[in-house]
Write a protein that binds this ligand. Structure first.
Ligand code: NAG
Ligand code: NAG
Ligand code: NAG
Length: 840
């Protein structure tokens, strides 16, 4: 609008000049704004140098460019008046000076005068801020002197009336900057969200008018939270005691950190900081609550204490650290441990006392009383524990050992600690006892008796001996052997042998009861230990009889060369004892029990034979018809199984006029007989003694004579080398090798209780002792050479012997019944060799 005014004025002036109009002076006036309409601006008369009349005549008028006329000219007075109130700020805005242009036009002559009216400012506007309030968000921690520019207040007035000065409501943090151009807040003191989260300041703008006008606005400052607070733990060190072996999730402690920041800046998370792996496995830290719990095994024996660094971090990444010290307390959770350091097993059974068998170490991983240990073993064992230094124990022997009683020991070692409750651990040590050859083999019996039937096959198993050895293995390996010895001049080894392994005894040769009835061998058992031990046992071998010998008739002689005839008087009564058949059996016992029977007789019924005693008696008186010569065949049978038998032929002559004193004695009364008997016996004994003494004397004389003769012969002639006695020569001739090998004495037993003497049996007693040593020598040779021969010789001897006995018997009989009294008469063939030689 102003521009258009200006343009119009310019246009008018140029028009005037073109029309040749004179433009005169210009006038300058001023008027304050906001004046009422009709107010006087100026009087132009004086300036125009015209009077009122002229003014009217010349039709003075006021021309303003534009449509709006602010002024009017009163021609009557020449005053220029305000047509309307003017607001400078509206009219001109900020244009300064604010001038309104008008022309005063006069006619006749046309004159145009310029009139300028300046509108003067009046302080009619207050400073004004664009907004009622300004909001700032300023983070705390913003550095001091930071400037925050503010918007200026607006004052439409100008000059002095415009904004001159700003003021800020009193506060601690801000001041206004002193720069005149810009309004700004200067931070003077640190903002703290935690202290004051919002500041409200009043900014006033003051203009320079009179009176001063002010305008205000609110400045709201929101202090933004900065993570300016470090989290902070309640304690820098947390000390906790924890019993070992806690349950999982046991609460150990709770750490707590605080942070004054808000929101995420105040949100704390907990974590381990630089914690070794084994610790982080053992514990668990709740990252939100700070609770430290047990997650793994806590073992005092592994770790006495834990140092755990815990970090508390807020959302802004600031952290604080604390330390949790967990002291683990010992619990008696470890039993003592028995370690076997050394062991001597097997242990020789002859170990001396105090031999160290084992070395033990007892340890307990607990501490204090929980780790203090003691160690014991059973009191019954031959071992004892000896304490050494440093929890070492020696197991030593306290008794002598005997493997044969206990070959191994299970020694229980009990270790106890002193914790509460006590813990015990047991270790069993097996100690083997090794064998020492300290036991000799022992036979099952103190003596053995074995029986073997005669006529055995060679190699027959007789029996076995057995010896046990209480030791083991080689020390118990027993071998058997026979000790050297003699059995009737032969080495024992020719009779029996022994299996060295099994102890079986075998007969080597066939045995003959009639030669050897029993013999002893000594068996030795030796073990294989080193040194070997041995023991011996006697084995009595008893040869058992077999019925291998037929009865042998001793009387009457049976080879018939000189048949003996028994004489029986024809007047003999019934029951007359004719003779007695004497037989022997070389077997033993039942095998030698003989029985007699009459097999055949010339006159049956005349004679009988005593089944037991072989006595031949008449059964009836002899009559005339009985023939002179009677022949009896008597069988003799032994009691063996099977039995053997033989027979004897007996010739009996019945003669006349043969009286038998015996018969008469039989008839005499018994009382008298006894007295007579005694007298007779004495008499006979005296006679016998005299005869024997005489014979002995004669024998001695003969012996001496022979000796003398022999010596003389020996001296005189060396060609004659025969020993004494023709009988020896004869025997040599018969045997070819010598004389009797097995000579026997026979004991003739006359059984008591019977007047009639009976031969029960004839038993060999001792071998005949020969006076001549050369004779003995021959004996042994014969026995080695020919048994048959020797038995043959023996038989011949027996016969002659028995004959002697019989003749004695008959002599006793003829002398009287006294000789056959209740006594056993031993007819000893070896009273003197001459004695029996004479029978031959
Ligand atoms: C602004 O105001 C202050 C006090 O209110 C005063 O000291 C200062 O002189 C003033 N400045 C001006 C330019 O008026
Ligand atoms: C010792 O122990 C072993 C194994 O347990 C067993 O075979 C043996 O019979 C025991 N010995 C003794 C003497 O108890
Ligand atoms: C009869 O036999 C025995 C032995 O059999 C003998 O000793 C005796 O000489 C013999 N008698 C005769 C006469 O041959």
């Amino acid at each position: 609008m102003q521009n258009s005014h200006l343009n119009r004025q310019v246009w008018a002036f140029s028009l005037y000049f073109c029309l040749g109009i004179v433009v005169c002076e210009s006038f300058h006036y001023s008027v304050p704004e906001e004046k009422k309409s009709g107010s006087l601006v100026a009087n132009v008369l004086k300036d125009l140098k015209l009077d009122v009349k002229e003014l009217v005549n010349r039709r003075a008028r006021l021309v303003s460019e534009g449509t709006k006329q602010y002024f009017q000219l009163d021609p009557q007075s020449g005053n220029v008046l305000l047509k309307d109130s003017i607001d400078r700020e509206v009219l001109c805005g900020q244009k300064d000076p604010c001038v309104l242009l008008s022309e005063i036009v006069l006619e006749n002559p046309l004159q145009v005068h310029r009139m300028e009216v300046e509108i003067e400012d009046v302080n009619d506007n207050s400073p004004q801020f664009f907004k009622k309030e300004f909001i700032f968000e300023i983070p705390e921690q913003t550095p001091l002197s930071t400037r925050f520019p503010l918007e200026k207040a607006q004052d439409w007035d100008k000059g002095e009336n415009a904004v001159q000065n700003y003021t800020l409501s009193p506060n601690d943090h801000f001041r206004l900057g002193d720069g005149s151009k810009n309004v700004e807040l200067v931070l003077e003191k640190q903002l703290d969200h935690e202290e004051n989260a919002r500041l409200i300041l009043i900014l006033s703008a003051v203009d320079g008018g009179t009176p001063k006008r002010t305008g205000t606005t609110n400045i709201i400052i929101d202090v933004l939270d900065n993570n300016d607070n470090v989290p902070q733990f309640g304690h820098s060190v947390y000390k906790v005691k924890l019993m070992e072996n806690p349950q999982q999730n046991t609460l150990v402690t709770k750490v707590k950190a605080t942070d004054r920041d808000l929101g995420s800046n105040g949100c704390i998370t907990y974590s381990f900081s630089q914690v070794p792996e084994h610790v982080s496995k053992a514990f668990n830290l709740n990252k939100h609550t700070g609770e430290l719990t047990v997650a793994g095994t806590i073992d005092y024996e592994k770790e006495i204490s834990y140092e755990i660094n815990v970090k508390a971090t807020d959302g802004g990444g600031l952290s604080d650290y604390c330390k949790v010290i967990v002291e683990v307390e010992d619990r008696n959770d470890n039993a003592p441990d028995v370690t076997l350091t050394s062991l001597t097993s097997p242990l020789p059974e002859d170990s001396p006392l105090d031999t160290v068998v084992a070395l033990l170490r007892v340890t307990d991983r607990d501490s204090g009383d929980n780790g203090r240990t003691s160690c014991t073993t059973e009191a019954t064992l031959p071992f004892v524990l000896k304490v050494s230094v440093n929890n070492y124990y020696q197991l030593v022997t306290q008794q002598f050992l005997d493997r044969e009683k206990a070959s191994e020991y299970n020694i229980t070692i009990t270790a106890t600690d002193r914790g509460s409750p006590r813990l015990i651990s047991i270790r069993i040590i097996n100690v083997q006892i090794s064998d020492i050859n300290d036991n000799a083999p022992a036979f099952e019996k103190s003596t053995y008796q074995m029986q073997i039937r005669e006529n055995n096959i060679p190699g027959l198993l007789i029996g076995l001996v057995h010896a046990d050895d209480e030791d083991t293995e080689q020390n118990a390996k027993v071998t058997y052997s026979l000790l050297p010895g003699k059995v009737s001049d032969q080495p024992v080894s020719s009779y029996v042998s022994i299996n060295s392994e099994t102890g079986n005894l075998y007969a080597i040769r066939s045995l003959d009861y009639e030669q050897v009835k029993d013999f002893q061998v000594t068996v030795r058992a030796v073990d294989s230990g080193s040194p070997p031990l041995s023991s011996e046992v006697m084995v009595l071998l008893v040869v058992m009889d077999e019925n291998d010998n037929a009865p042998f008739i001793l009387y009457p002689l049976q080879n018939g060369t000189s048949p003996s005839n028994d004489l029986v008087p024809r007047g003999a009564e019934a029951g007359y004892l004719v003779t007695k058949v004497v037989a022997v059996d070389r077997d033993y016992g039942q095998n030698s029990w003989l029985s007699y029977e009459l097999l055949k007789a010339t006159e049956p019924g005349l004679f009988s034979v005593g089944a037991q005693n072989g006595e031949v008696k008449t059964m009836r008186p002899i009559n005339k018809r009985d023939s002179f010569k009677q022949k009896l065949i008597i069988g003799v049978r032994d009691n063996g199984h099977p039995s053997q038998s033989t027979s004897a032929t007996l010739s009996i002559l019945l003669v006349d006029g043969f009286s038998d004193p015996y018969m008469k004695i039989v008839d005499t009364p018994k009382e008298e007989v006894v007295e007579e008997e005694d007298r007779n016996l004495t008499l006979y004994l005296v006679i016998c003694l005299a005869v024997i003494s005489f014979i002995f004397l004669v024998s001695v004389l003969v012996f001496i004579a022979i000796k003398i003769q022999k010596r003389r012969k020996f001296i005189e002639s060396s060609t004659l080398n025969f020993p004494v006695g023709s009988n020896f020569q004869e025997n040599c001739g018969i045997g070819g090798a010598g004389t009797l090998a097995q000579a026997y004495n026979y004991e003739v037993c006359l059984a008591g209780g019977s007047l009639n003497s009976e031969f029960r049996f004839l038993r060999p007693l001792f071998p005949v002792f020969s006076a001549d040593p050369s004779h003995l020598l021959r004996d042994s040779r014969i026995s080695a050479g020919s048994e048959d021969l020797s038995s043959h010789q023996a038989e011949s001897q027996l016969i002659s012997q028995a004959r002697g006995a019989v003749s004695e018997d008959s002599a006793a009989r003829s002398g009287g019944p006294g000789c056959a009294g209740n006594q056993a008469i031993t007819a000893n063939a070896n009273i003197g060799q001459n004695d029996w030689l004479s029978y031959q």
